[in-house]
Design a binder for this molecule. Structure first.
Ligand SMILES: *[C@@H]1O[C@H](CO)[C@@H](O)[C@H](O)[C@H]1NC(C)=O
Ligand SMILES: *[C@@H]1O[C@H](CO)[C@@H](O)[C@H](O)[C@H]1NC(C)=O
Ligand SMILES: *[C@@H]1O[C@H](CO)[C@@H](O)[C@H](O)[C@H]1NC(C)=O
Ligand SMILES: CC(=O)N[C@H]1CO[C@H](CO)[C@@H](O)[C@@H]1O
Length: 641
């Protein structure tokens, strides 16, 4: 059979196999990462040139409450993920550019929810990652603040002392000194209901507080509790008829963020008082309230149910703060659209003044009823996570929308979404698998799949084969990286294979382990018509049998320095590889049903047997999370029971 046709058929076959296996099309799966199914994003660029550099850090979850381990999230789906929103090529036929997956961290976190996943640039001289690992469903573990290095090793797993309840999901905020972290707390108390004209009655309530952790000792160095400072009357959700409760009690303030400025004072947000509080680091008194029933400021704007209040600038008297004004909750909305707000405060004026200096409305005009965050980027763009369905957007300094994106699936949310520049250098090597197929000795080909979970900056892959285990690695070709996983087809029966990641400058970033190529269990059943006795792996250095241009000469690879590595010099093979890649990318990216149907019909006969063969070692079955399992919008958005 003509070599070119074989290569193409094989290719189309794999594409069909891949599309067929992801009929639940809101996820992507990978040959090299069978334990993971990564959520797909749909991205729309309004102005791609002005988008700031950096990766997206998100942590999709299905239900906010801890869930028992179940098949539902196997292969892994929830947990921390890094995407390169700018990573994929532009396609003429499709304005939606699929972002490239960079890291699927889900298998490390045991199908438990992860929150506040972000980059910390203040620890040591390498970037780190931090996240909150939610408490276990059976409370056998009350959650941790986790710090990872950029090799994706867990460096710290900090528990919260029992008296502060579980490690709260809202915040694990490592400050610029790289040593101090502030976190929110929910604590149980019994209080009297005199202020609600119910003398003699009492109820349990959850207060809103924070703890400050020293990352070197992993000890709490300061803590604050609002129970004796914020009365029930400040709450906008408690009403006089509320039946008294036992523990955990009324969630009357619902703290959802904390930050600390250089002066050592704290700013906190209570969602259920619609108020932002400045708390003195000296004595814990409330310095002022912004918003809510008892605001100390004069302001001509409103906000409510706010999230993620952070200092942008701050001194003793003047502050610029950012926050997400969701303007709504599960039951009602106070404004028509949620927005990210930047507010300038003068606490020295009398009366104190507050004015909005930037307002960025949700681009789809919708409401973010729960969760979300606002992040000022270094080039003055603003990145906003609107939470539900992973909806996020980036704005220019003048407020123009530069991009919007959301999960293709509506079944998942991410509490916050961040953008950071980051360099990931995994301590594990790239994952490589290779397989061989053909109809006789002359048309055998070897297909490589390679990926490196967590590695940034890979521009291309070099592929090598050896004649024997301890033979010399011979470069058999290269391919640029255009998605998380890169496929490459080389002519011949290649074995003892490796793949090497190189960056844009040609520097080698890492090398896979040495792998044997997989071969059909039953060559005959797989369509092989040749003489099995003569079927042995090729010497990659020898001229290819069946090639009428016996010109293939491969130089040896230079071990760890691939920057001078040669490329394949067999022009026919190069052409086929090129063609194969173009077709592969085209079919894969445009999702053109027509192409798939036509291709499917052509190869229908061969497809079935080979497809089964390929899939046998591919991946475990996936249980679809039913649509009616959409996360309930619980009033109690916290990790304390
Ligand atoms: C605080 O910042 C404001 C505005 O930038 C400035 O006018 C003021 O002098 C500063 N105050 C102190 C004590 O640094
Ligand atoms: C393959 O290697 C050659 C020679 O080093 C280089 O010129 C070419 O750009 C590489 N191709 C890809 C896709 O990286
Ligand atoms: C790799 O080879 C290039 C070109 O010969 C050289 O400039 C570079 O220093 C080498 N790098 C390493 C790590 O050996
Ligand atoms: C504009 C607007 O509707 N603002 C509302 C924000 O939320 C608070 C508390 O729910 C309301 O009192 C405001 O009217």
């Amino acid at each position: 059979m003509n070599l070119r046709i074989v290569a193409l058929l094989q290719l189309v076959l794999r594409v069909v196999a891949q599309s067929a296996s992801s009929s639940d099309g809101d996820f992507t799966s990978f040959m090299t990462l069978p334990g993971v199914r990564a959520l797909k994003y749909e991205v729309y660029y309004q102005n791609r040139e002005r988008v700031s550099p950096g990766y997206w850090f998100v942590a999709p979850y299905g239900k906010i409450d801890p869930e028992p381990p179940s098949q539902k999230y196997k292969p892994y789906q929830i947990g921390p993920y890094i995407y390169d929103g700018d990573g994929a090529c532009l396609h003429l036929l499709n304005p939606y550019v699929p972002p490239m997956l960079i890291w699927a961290g889900s298998p490390m976190f045991d199908n438990r929810n992860v929150f506040d996943f972000k980059v910390v640039h203040s620890i040591g001289n390498r970037p780190h990652l931090s996240l909150v690992w939610q408490l276990a469903f059976d409370k056998s573990d009350s959650g941790h603040g986790v710090v990872l290095d950029n090799a994706y090793n867990i460096k710290q797993k900090i528990p919260m002392p029992r008296e502060f309840g579980a490690f709260d999901i809202h915040e694990f905020n490592i400050l610029d000194d790289g040593i101090t972290a502030v976190t929110t707390n929910y604590r149980e108390h019994e209080i009297l209901l005199d202020t609600l004209d119910r003398p003699g009655e009492q109820t349990a309530v959850l207060s809103g507080g924070f703890a400050q952790l020293d990352l070197t000792t992993e000890k709490v160095t300061a803590s604050w509790d609002g129970i004796d400072k914020i009365g029930l009357d400040e709450s906008v959700i408690v009403n006089k008829e509320y039946p008294a409760m036992g523990p955990p009690g009324w969630d009357y303030v619902h703290i959802n963020s904390v930050d600390k400025n250089r002066d050592g004072d704290y700013i906190i947000s209570y969602r259920f008082t619609n108020t932002i509080y400045m708390v003195s680091g000296m004595d814990g008194t409330i310095m002022w309230r912004l918003g809510g029933k008892y605001s100390d400021f004069e302001h001509d704007f409103t906000f409510s149910k706010q999230h993620d209040v952070k200092f942008v600038e701050s001194n003793a008297t003047h502050h610029v703060i950012s926050f997400l004004n969701n303007a709504s909750d599960e039951e009602s909305n106070d404004e028509d659209v949620s927005s990210a707000l930047f507010v300038e405060l003068d606490a020295s004026a009398s009366p104190k003044t507050a004015r909005v200096i930037r307002r960025l409305n949700r681009p789809d005009g919708g409401l973010t009823r729960l969760r979300g965050n606002t992040q000022l980027l270094s080039n003055n763009n603003v990145f906003v996570g609107w939470s539900e369905s992973g909806y996020l957007s980036e704005f220019s300094p003048e407020g123009a929308v530069l991009l919007t994106a959301r999960f293709v699936s509506s079944r998942y949310s991410t509490y916050r979404a961040y953008k950071f520049e980051f360099t990931g250098r995994p301590s594990t090597p790239p994952d490589l698998i290779a397989s061989v197929w053909g109809t006789d000795k002359t048309d055998l080909s070897t297909t490589f799949y390679v990926s490196w979970n967590g590695a940034t900056d890979i521009a291309a892959w070099n592929f090598y084969a050896r004649a024997a285990k301890n033979g010399h690695p011979v470069l058999v070709g290269n391919a640029s990286k255009t998605s998380f996983e890169t496929m490459f087809i080389a002519r011949g029966y290649l074995d003892w294979v490796t793949a090497e990641a190189v960056d844009r400058e040609g520097r080698v970033l890492g090398m896979s382990r040495l792998q044997r190529s997989k071969v059909p269990n039953n060559w005959g059943a797989a369509g092989f018509k040749g003489d099995l006795k003569k079927l042995t792996p090729d010497d990659p250095q020898a001229p290819k049998p069946g090639s009428n241009k016996q010109t293939a000469v491969h130089e040896e690879a230079h071990g760890s320095n691939g920057s001078t590595a040669p490329h394949p010099v067999d022009p026919e093979m190069e052409e086929i590889t090129q063609l194969a890649h173009e077709t592969y990318n085209l079919v894969r990216n445009i999702s053109n049903i027509f192409v798939l149907i036509v291709a499917g019909c052509i190869i229908c006969g061969i497809a079935v047997s080979i497809y089964l063969l390929i899939c046998r070692w591919k991946k475990p079955t996936y249980r679809h999370v039913p649509t009616d399992d959409i996360p309930e919008e619980e009033i109690r958005l916290r990790s304390v029971e």
